[in-house]
Design a binder for this molecule. Structure first.
Ligand SMILES: Nc1nc2c(ncn2[C@@H]2O[C@H](COP(=O)(O)OP(=O)(O)OP(=O)(O)O)[C@@H](O)[C@H]2O)c(=O)[nH]1
Ligand SMILES: [Mg+2]
Length: 252
């Protein structure tokens, strides 16, 4: 494993963008072009687990590394692949950037700064004062409740625990490579519980959430209707479930 000199800011150490992508041929090229422009030289791993369109081919053409999984594992499984790749290749930070254009690569720097300041996980929050993104219906109430519970558990204000726009430092990468929940919502709610139980520090910074650049969202109104119940259940399960023992105190 490559060791960076201690005290070197994460922002200038080896950072890997992990981009989960499923049927995102309408947006993946432009999102990768934006990453290249905002973050020149930064490595990108696109994880595709079953796209039936040209996502993987276009990502490769745009210069990204592409991992294609033989079966669909969902966003959590795709991210776990990314964390394992990061550990195997000596990266010091992983940033999740979605392939649908909703995450602005220009804001990755703000996430990395939080890691520099000592956070293990930096969340880009849609509800911390920047922009007008609003959740509606049951999703909104779920987010309010989750935010209250998680802020208490983490000892830090966390206004957006379901945001996919996150940066993970060395300890979080190591933890998530060993265990990252793959079930529905696991990559958001349960992943943070896993991190809190491993005593990692979580901080947030405001981000703007953009509209999808194309394609279809994986959340339908029907799914959103059961969001609250499932998130609550996921939280309860995560709090009571036994974990494989992982020494998260080691740097990756
Ligand atoms: N590898 C992989 N990526 C996925 C899968 N489902 C969604 N994604 C990707 O994960 C990212 C987030 O998915 P979205 O469907 O946009 O979910 P979201 O952003 O939480 O929800 P919206 O606000 O509705 O867009 C996108 O880049 C998707 O292409 C999947 O099963 N496998
Ligand atoms: Mg999206």
């Amino acid at each position: 494993m490559v060791a960076a000199p201690s005290g070197t800011p994460v922002s200038i150490r080896r950072v890997l963008i992990v981009m989960p992508a499923l049927n995102e041929q309408d947006s993946v090229s432009s999102v990768l072009a934006q990453v290249k422009q905002s973050l020149p030289g930064m490595d990108v791993l696109v994880v595709d687990d079953g796209s039936r369109d040209r996502t993987a081919e276009l990502a490769r053409e745009a210069g990204a590394k592409v991992a294609r999984l033989p079966v669909n594992l969902g966003v959590g499984g795709a991210m776990r692949t990314g964390f394992r790749y990061a550990v195997a290749h000596g990266y010091h930070a992983v940033v999740q950037v979605d392939a649908d254009g909703q995450h602005d690569p220009g804001e990755v720097g703000a996430l990395l700064r939080l890691l520099d300041e000592g956070a293990d996980i930096a969340i880009g929050s849609r509800f911390a004062g920047k922009g007008a993104y609003r959740a509606v219906g049951p999703r909104k109430y779920a987010m309010v409740v989750l935010s209250l519970v998680f802020s208490k558990l983490a000892g830090n204000k966390l206004s957006d625990v379901t945001s996919g726009f996150k940066a993970m430092g060395p300890r979080a990468i190591r933890l998530f490579a060993a265990y990252y929940p793959a079930e529905y919502l696991g990559d958001t709610v349960e992943a943070l519980v896993v991190a809190i139980r491993a005593k990692l520090t979580i901080a947030e910074t405001p981000v703007l959430m953009r509209r999808r650049a194309g394609g279809t969202p994986s959340h339908s109104p029907g799914k959103s209707a059961v969001y609250l119940g499932r998130a609550g259940l996921a939280l309860l399960l995560a709090l009571v479930r036994r974990r494989p023992s992982v020494d998260s105190s080691d740097a990756a």
